[in-house]
Ligand binder design. Structure first.
Ligand code: COA
Length: 258
């Protein structure tokens, strides 16, 4: 169905595997188009409750944007490329359904940026993160300067971006860039186990949590006001009635997403 992605759905979890093994899953324009399309599917397909993005093979999540496609671009074309990439990654970040990055190896440049646009990240013990664009005479353009600063702070971000050095999985964990580090063989199971817990919760409340947390970094809104609104909206849902009633009746809630 997709030229560069493998997809499967398991118990509401949509597993998306970027599949360009000969190029360490680098993001060329076809991968970006496929990602855009798969996001439409995530947003609209009711069978999908959450998603995992990972890379094919044991070595690389995504080794960056496809450097071959940079050659010969002028400044305006460079801007357009960054804008397009940012728009796609905003669509990941703003997805009402949780999207988790299962980082199975190199997450460099656009690969690190892709992982950071996901709601959280789990890494295999061989994962390596970096923004090596400086080695090409450029900077990150798919949101890396912003999201890396949000996640690990300005000092660590500028050191990574200006040196181009990679960090290993334990360092990424220590920095707060990833939530968990597990042996590679357990990576997908770990992501699935966390999403299985989330998938049992009220979907509208899950979406509200994403909206409110994203508002922290959106200068056009007041995050606390967004939280108030999102909190209030939860009180208009069937699932809120079910959740509170089930608690008081000492039974497990059955949420419907309404
Ligand atoms: N864009 C295009 N092709 C890429 C790529 C990228 N970002 N990253 C890797 N590849 C290709 C290599 O060119 C090579 O292709 P070839 O076999 O046709 O020559 C293939 O993937 C395998 O990579 P290779 O460099 O041989 O593997 P390695 O194990 O020696 O090194 C890396 C792995 C990740 C350290 C190295 O590939 C690398 O530095 N990649 C670029 C990372 C980068 O700068 N990303 C940011 C881009 S903005």
């Amino acid at each position: 169905m997709y030229q560069t992605l493998l997809t499967s759905i398991q118990e509401g979890i949509y597993i998306i595997t970027i599949n360009r093994p000969d190029k360490l899953n680098a993001l060329n324009q076809q991968v970006m188009r496929d990602l855009e399309e798969v996001l439409d599917e995530i947003y609209t397909n009711n069978l999908i409750r959450s998603a995992i993005i990972t890379g094919t093979g044991p070595k690389s999540f995504v080794a960056g944007a496809d450097i071959g496609e940079f050659v010969g671009l002028n400044p305006l074309e460079g801007e357009a490329l960054a804008k397009k990439g940012q728009d796609i990654f905003f669509k990941i970040e703003n997805s009402p359904k949780p999207i988790v990055a299962a980082v199975n190896g190199f997450a460099l440049g656009g690969g690190c940026e892709l992982a950071m646009s996901c709601h959280f990240r789990i890494a295999s013990d061989n994962a390596k993160f970096g923004q090596p664009e400086i080695n090409l005479g450029i900077i990150p353009g798919y949101g890396g300067t912003q999201r890396l600063t949000q996640l690990i702070g300005k000092g660590r971000t500028l050191e990574m971006i200006m040196t181009g050095n990679m960090i290993d999985a334990p360092t990424a964990l220590q920095y707060g860039l990833v939530n968990h580090v597990v042996p590679q063989a357990e990576l997908l199971d770990k992501a699935k186990a966390i999403l299985a817990i989330i998938n049992a919760k009220a979907p509208l409340a899950v979406a509200a949590a994403i909206t409110a947390a994203n508002a922290v970094f959106d200068e056009t809104q007041n995050g606390f006001a967004t939280e108030v609104r999102a909190f209030g909206q939860c009180f208009g849902t069937e699932d809120m009635k079910e959740g509170t009633t089930a608690f008081l009746e000492k039974r497990k809630p059955v949420f419907k997403g309404a």
